[in-house]
Design a protein around this ligand. Structure first.
Ligand SMILES: Cc1cc2nc3c(=O)[nH]c(=O)nc-3n(C[C@H](O)[C@H](O)[C@H](O)COP(=O)(O)OP(=O)(O)OC[C@H]3O[C@@H](n4cnc5c(N)ncnc54)[C@H](O)[C@@H]3O)c2cc1C
Ligand code: FES
Ligand code: FES
Length: 1094
């Protein structure tokens, strides 16, 4: 029987016919080897929780790998290390683990093993600089720490760190084949280290019939592939290279033939004849090494620029797997895919060779490749042409965050010019992200030939042609057409000014050539706070007690609890309409699927169909566990599929057929719902007690902010076991008694028969308050009905689709102000979006904070609870207060802009006198610590000297009651606020109400390179609270609210840009929701005629 052989932590392992086509390395580690230190969340290469280190064959270097992406059958010859190997309580902890723990780099700890493994892998090959370290973590997300402590810990290992840590065991670490321990190799022969299998030595095809009847082949030659196709046909196959394509286009079911092509040497390596010929099976990491090597060769210097672009493709660990051929095939199959590989290759006029049959190959341009039916064909290699100095090349990728995000728009420009006269001999203008149909600007290219390139007239004419030529189509959740269009035109200009001789380019335009993210230096961070040794351990910064075991993957989370025999897995079936009546649910197709055990719907619930606590002053009504007829929102849970594995359960949920009647379009946006009286109810109002008469201006406006997904690294999950008394549950909840109440009521069994346990949580941020009981109740229902243990794990997508989030909020206001911005009167309405039902009414809780820290006497305030056809919104760091504080701050900003007044003065003029002394003192301290006065001058100077780059410097004020004390959550909370205001965009299909951004592929939380470059936190000196004890958690919340400082500073920069377009800064402009790249691009009001060289 043929088997795939590999090593894990020094131990020989093998897999064969017992595994499925979709068994990943992650599954194998966690389920077969019980190595649960490796965590997971997204299962698509987007979060980094599953990181391991692998040496793919004896000659390779160890690399960071996302184990969720790799099929376990792809691991032939791999030498794999997991977090358990790096250090543990028996053999001692690794310096990386100790330092990360000491530096407070592990909070909930769920992401931590992934970070350690990413850093461990990095250190295997070289001693990186601080900047290289900081740049290497596009692969990993941490929602708790705000990254600063993690980066600070890892930078201690940098080559340029002060007193850099040496790790003696990193280099040359070898594990004995026999013992599995570290080995000095003194008693071993070299042969002991050879892991090459018999198949590989003899170049035999390895063939395994997998347990789901798919065929797995590991081949060694291209002819092998054709041989298999000849015998088995090409109807249903996949050439498995990195298997990362599924991170872009998820694979629900693998085809019948899976041919592992990673062992084909003809697809590897490179050579230079006239062209640079690169094997299409090289990984992107290999390609980067090849580019670096060959860039020293005459005519290939341009590869340096392409290499820079590759740094922005996915992240380091994905690049270690993903191949150039895999990427190009995705583009061939999905022309809308914003492939960066296509962009850079098409820009330089690369061609590819495809093999169509044994002994037959064809060379194609990339344009022809896109039209080619690639069925039964193999991409062999890519040919990059030699280009002399007369070829000027630039490529760009506009991303929603600094790293690991696909392009919003990407582009490449090549101009072959006559050096003396700058006349265009030929050119190539390539775009991605505009539409599936459009990737080359042929007309503009034709126009430019023969023109003098760096003339304003040429530029303007070319822009006009380009503007008419480019085809941009709507493709949700991509940003709107207009914004992608202006970005595309802007990139054309940016490309030209990047190439324009400095003698021609006006100095004001130079900053337009800067690639902001790539040029950003290493970040720094600092926390300054009082500590009094007399009080220690109170006020002493001490590492979290669990930190070390978290860093070693030894800490147990709910899903790490081992399966019991007979355990079943469950998943929700979700509605596919937002509003309508369920006529019929037909689970028969799903039940026919091998491995599916049962289906339950609302009618199977013996007691109350609800997962929210019995009605009380905070839970005003029951929320259905499973939809019982009338659908309330798109993707509402309506049933539960039970199967023998989680993957089968997830897949089978899509096979349940549901018919609906009376389907209607939803109202999902509070900005519109607030105008519908049936959707809003007045909660409370507060009348002003004074009205001033000194009115020099009346300002009317409205602002809207939207939801935020919690993005806890551990999703909602539950494990339930029938016991002799009733049920035992392990739930990811922060609210144990609610879970017990809900299940008792639902199953009609006494509370005393339900035992609830909670392991440590992998983050929550409010997600695991009330919403955890939905999964827990569903899990309990299954265990109760089947009398079998059940595991219920919400996928990231289900978590995002079916569960409520931060409450969106919308305001309307009319303000009369005097010429200093002092509010004389204000009519203010605030609408809070509760989702489909009014439960957890945060507006009621936070009514008092509606003016933030400003005077209340002149505000006529009305607060409305609003409803939309969306999931019931819930706790999320600072629910209610964040919106109110932000809305008040935006009003202060609008007053200051419209009156052209200093925003700090406007705030101080409107301040509630109770806070005057405190705020003034804090303001003074921050001004001194931040060199505010000098910065202000330099921002103004910078903005007047630079046309295409602008800066903003802004304060925001914040009243928080009760005041908290220092807690490490502050940075993480602030960064969550930054994400909320910049990149975390929830895009909903306007017709159906479906949430389209429901994966890591398109919902972007901040990463390590998105944090402030200079991240300083000062705690107020000698501050004291009678209400709270030291270390109270409350401090996570105000820091999230402080995130509003970021968009209002961005607004200032945008305002400076608008001024250049002739829009006075006194013209307020609306930006609802996060200040995403596309909204900024549109708000800048850039005039195409301002694109100039001089
Ligand atoms: C988290 C993440 C982020 C990403 N970010 C980016 C990004 O920013 N920019 C970008 O451009 N891409 C990005 N990608 C896409 C990534 O580059 C592709 O997933 C990758 O290149 C596919 O390569 P693979 O080797 O894994 O292909 P696989 O997934 O193994 O295969 C993909 C397809 O290619 C076919 N195939 C493989 N080899 C050959 C061959 N030699 N000949 C013919 N067919 C073949 C297979 O049959 C299959 O249909 C990202 C992916 C992930 C997971
Ligand atoms: S689980 Fe593998 S990257 Fe998220
Ligand atoms: S510590 Fe990183 S996600 Fe919690």
């Amino acid at each position: 029987m043929e088997r795939v052989q590999f090593k894990v932590n020094g131990k020989q392992c093998s897999v064969g016919c017992e595994v499925d086509s979709d068994t990943t390395l992650l599954d194998y580690l966690r389920e077969t080897l019980k190595l649960c230190g490796t965590k997971y969340m997204c299962l698509e290469g987007g979060c980094g929780a599953c990181m391991i280190t692998a040496t793919k064959n004896n000659k390779d270097v160890p690399q960071a790998i996302n184990s969720c992406l790799v099929s376990v059958t792809s691991c032939q010859e791999w030498d794999i290390k997991t977090i358990e190997f790096i250090g543990n309580r028996l053999k001692g902890y690794h310096p990386l683990q100790k330092v990360l723990a000491d530096c407070h780099g592990s909070q909930c700890g769920y992401c931590t093993p992934g970070w350690i493994m990413a850093m461990y892998s990095l250190l295997q090959t070289k001693k990186p600089t601080m900047l290289e370290i900081e740049n290497s973590f596009g692969s990993n997300i941490c929602r708790c720490t705000g990254y600063r402590p993690i980066l600070q810990a890892f930078k201690k290992f940098a080559s340029d760190a002060h007193n850099s840590y040496e790790i003696s065991d990193i280099e040359d670490l070898k594990i004995c084949d026999k013992s599995g321990d570290v080995c000095s190799r003194s008693n071993c022969s070299e042969l002991d280290w050879c892991m090459v299998s018999k198949n590989d030595i003899l170049n035999e095809i390895l063939h395994i019939e997998l347990s789901d009847k798919r065929h797995w082949y590991r081949v060694h030659t291209l002819s092998d592939v054709f041989g298999i196709w000849h015998e088995k046909g090409t109807e249903s196959y996949m050439l498995v290279a990195g298997n990362t394509g599924k991170g872009v286009y998820p694979i629900l079911e693998y085809p019948n033939l899976l041919i592992d092509v990673t062992g084909i040497s003809e697809l590897k390596g490179f050579y230079v004849d006239q062209n640079l010929v690169i094997g299409a099976g090289n990984t992107l990491t290999d390609v980067m090494k090849i580019f670096k090597t060959v860039s020293a060769t005459e005519y290939f210097n341009y590869l340096i620029g392409l290499n820079d672009h590759l740094q922005l493709v996915a992240h380091l660990a994905v690049r270690n797997l993903a191949t150039i051929a895999g990427n190009l095939i995705l583009k061939n199959q999905h022309p809308e895919f914003k492939s960066d590989i296509f962009i850079i290759l098409e820009t330089v006029g690369a061609q590819i060779t495809i093999m169509t049959a044994i002994g037959q190959s064809e060379t194609l341009t990339l344009q022809n490749f896109l039209k080619e039916d690639m069925k039964g064909k193999i991409i062999m290699n890519v040919l990059l042409p030699p280009l002399n100095e007369s070829h000027k090349i630039v490529t760009f990728k506009i991303m929603p965050r600094a790293q690991n995000a696909h392009a919003i728009v990407n582009a490449g420009f090549l101009y072959k010019i006559n050096e003396n006269q700058n006349q265009v001999i030929s050119c190539r203008i390539v775009y991605g992200g505009l539409s599936a149909k459009f990737n080359r600007s042929w007309k503009t290219e034709r126009y430019l030939v023969g023109k003098s390139l760096f003339l304003n007239e040429t530029l303007q004419d070319a822009l006009e042609i380009l503007e008419n030529e480019i085809i941009v189509t709507e493709n949700l959740p991509d940003p709107p057409v207009q914004s992608r269009k202006i970005i595309a035109l802007g990139l054309f200009y940016k490309g030209l000014i990047s190439l324009c001789p400095s003698t021609v380019l006006h100095p004001r335009y130079r900053s337009g050539t800067v690639k902001l993210h790539e040029k950003r230096p290493v970040s720094e961070g600092q926390q300054v706070f009082d500590t009094n040794p007399i009080l220690w351990p109170l006020s002493k910064a001490i590492p979290k007690l669990d930190a070390l075991i978290q860093c070693a993957g030894e800490s147990e989370y709910t899903d790490d609890i081992q399966a019991l025999s007979g355990e079943v897995y469950a998943a929700f079936v979700l509605t596919t309409v937002a509003l309508g009546t369920i006529e019929k649910i037909d689970p028969s197709e799903a039940l026919k699927e091998p491995g599916v055990i049962a289906f339950y719907s609302a009618s199977d619930i013996p007691g109350v169909n609800s997962f929210t606590p019995p009605v009380n002053e905070f839970y005003l009504c029951n929320e259905e566990l499973l939809c019982n007829g009338e659908v309330k929102f798109y993707n509402q849970p309506l049933g539960i599929i039970v199967a023998k594995s989680q993957k089968i359960a997830n897949k089978a949920t899509t096979l349940v057929k549901v018919s609906y009647s009376n389907v209607r379009n939803p109202v999902y946006d509070i900005k519109f719902a607030k105008n519908d009286p049936s959707k809003v109810t007045l909660l409370d109002s507060r009348d002003a007690t004074m009205r001033g008469n000194d009115i020099s201006k009346i300002i009317k406006g409205d602002n809207t902010v939207y939801g935020q997904y919690h993005f806890a690294m551990e999703t909602l999950l539950c494990l339930t076991r029938p016991t002799e008394e009733g049920l035992q549950l392990f739930v990811t909840t922060q609210w144990i008694d609610t879970v017990q109440q809900v299940i008792s009521r639902m199953l009609e069994i006494g509370h005393q028969r339900i035992d609830i346990y909670v392991r440590r949580l992998g983050g929550s941020f409010g997600l695991k308050m009330s919403r955890a009981s939905q999964v827990a109740a569903a899990c309990a229902l299954v265990a109760y009905k089947l009398n079998r243990p059940c595991r219920f794990i919400n996928t990231l997508s289900t978590n995002m689709r079916a569960v409520g989030k931060r409450l969106p909020c919308s305001t309307n206001f009319e303000i009369g102000v005097n010429n200093k911005g002092v509010i004389q009167y204000m009519n203010y309405e605030l609408y809070s979006d509760n989702g489909y039902v009014l439960n957890e009414p945060f507006l009621n809780m936070t009514f008092e904070s509606f003016t933030n820290c400003y005077r209340t006497d002149s505000w006529n305030y009305k607060a409305f609870n609003g409803l939309t056809d969306t999931p019931s919104n819930t706790w999320c760091r600072s629910p209610g207060s964040l919106e109110k504080i932000a809305m008040a701050e935006l009003i202060m900003e609008q007053i200051s802009y419209e009156l052209n007044q200093d925003p700090i003065e406007v705030r101080l003029a409107n301040l509630d006198p109770i806070f005057r002394d405190d705020i003034n003192e804090i303001l003074k301290t921050i001004k001194v610590n931040s060199d505010y006065a000098e910065r202000l001058v330099s921002v103004e100077k910078f903005n007047s000297n630079n046309r295409w780059k602008k800066r903003g410097l802004r304060f925001s004020f914040l009243k928080w009651a009760p005041f908290g004390y220092p807690h490490l959550n502050i940075e993480g909370a602030f960064i969550m606020g930054v994400g909320y205001w910049t990149s975390e965009n929830l895009v909903v299909d306007g017709q159906t109400g479906e949430l389209l951004t429901n994966r890591t592929w398109d919902y972007w939380v901040p990463q390590a390179r998105d944090i402030p470059q200079d991240f300083r936190i000062y705690f107020r000196e000698k501050s004291f609270s009678r209400e709270l004890i030291f270390g109270a958690k409350g401090t996570g919340e105000p820091a999230t609210c402080m995130g509003i400082a970021v968009p209002i500073a961005m607004r200032q920069a945008v305002s400076a840009a608008r001024l250049e377009s002739g829009v006075p800064s006194t013209n307020w402009f609306p930006i609802d929701g996060p200040y995403t790249v596309d909204k900024i691009a549109l708000s800048c009001a850039t005039r195409i005629e301002d694109f100039k060289f001089y």
